[in-house]
Design a binder for this molecule. Sequence first.
Ligand code: ATP
Ligand code: MG
Length: 463
Amino acid sequence: MNELTPKQIVAELDRYIIGQGEAKRKVAIALRNRWRRQQMPDEMRDDVTPKNIIMIGSTGVGKTEIARRLSKLVRAPFVKVEASKFTEVGYVGRDCESMIRDLTEIAVTLVRDEMKKSHIETARANTENRLLDLLLPPQPKQPERIFNPMDPSSGDEGPAISSEEPSAEERTREMLRKKLLAGEMDDKEIDVTVRDTGQMTTMNMFGNQGMEEMGINFQEMMGKMMPNKSKSKKLKIKDARTVLEQEELDNLLDMDKVVEEAVHRTENSGIVFLDEIDKIASGSGKGGGPDVSREGVQRDILPIVEGSTVTTKYGPVKTDHILFVAAGAFHIAKVSDLIPELQGRFPIRVQLDSLREEDFARILREPKNSLIRQYTGMLATEGVVLDVQDEAIDEMARICREINDETENIGARRLHTIMEYLLEDISFEAPDMQGETVVIDKAIVNERLTTIIEKRDLGKFVL
Ligand SMILES: Nc1ncnc2c1ncn2[C@@H]1O[C@H](COP(=O)(O)OP(=O)(O)OP(=O)(O)O)[C@@H](O)[C@H]1O
Ligand SMILES: [Mg+2]
């Protein structure tokens, strides 16, 4: 369970996202509330429903970024879906419940990985034994000496070997084990019999969408109908170890337990991030065409947000306590264009701030994986040192704001285009520049970018 306090969550988000304090706070509180609810006595717990959130903010201000960072932060099952995809041609009929199925699937993976971790020691030990068996197949045990009066040679065997002393075979085995553990034999090739999973992927091609709706796990069904195939493969010991370890882990795993825990976690701490929710709000209320399908999607989403039971291949999943965080730019449509019932399910609204010039500069400088750090790291792989000076960063921020004001405001996304354009030549030449240091100062930024801005029309297309 996620035990981070709201302060800790905000602090963690602060490392990647500049500003948007309000949104961070609200999300952090909502997350903590999940944990609080879990601590409550049973009879109250059921009545505490999550307070779903809508984040409103123009494009490129960090809505999706908050979701992305959040998902890495919480160890809860987390899925991000674009609400707009449910209206897409070709997706018609792809029911909204699939988001809960995806969430459950993610929970299963999460829990499975956790449980695997707890078995890793045993699996490692088993794997070493199996490798030893492969290297030195165990000798069949000495036949038991039963005196057989009909066998003329019976009773002629030599003296029984004392079982106290380790046999020659056991000693070799121990010696091999030491070598194996020391990794001395990693490159030796051996024949391994591994489970053949190849055929299952062809099954996947048919997709099991429809089947899943009926609560049938097509893959599992087919898997049970067909005997477990295995095939022999020549592998280096170090690769064989990885394969066998996975197999051992799978054997040790109690899937029923995994599923039970995964469903529990989905129901009680699952989070669905509904991105682009404004795209399913029907514009000015004119009927016809896509609006109908948008409203249809809202009506499909409603029961899920409200609390219903979705059939998944892992069994029924109740959505009552799943937290929904929606986000949208709401440029054209307004929150009030959503059907009222759905609006009512998102009691918490938060407006994200538009980014200012200072914010752009901070976005370039501060986040743990800021754009500048990314480019510096990328060029470092070519042996080129990138030195972006402070004044250059300020200048980029200024230009970013300027273009955003004058053309279209795409928020911090503009920084990506600016950086890419600024460093294009260096990115191209880098392999021939090993050992060099490239200094980016204000003058270079200006030289490279201002000319573009001056030819406004061009700027529209290039940056
Ligand atoms: N406040 C911020 N702090 C740091 N980086 C940001 C911030 N806002 C945006 N970015 C950067 O800009 C990019 C785009 O942001 P994001 O995907 O969150 O936009 P969005 O708000 O979801 O926009 P849209 O409505 O178009 O989906 C991200 O990759 C991120 O690096
Ligand atoms: Mg987004």
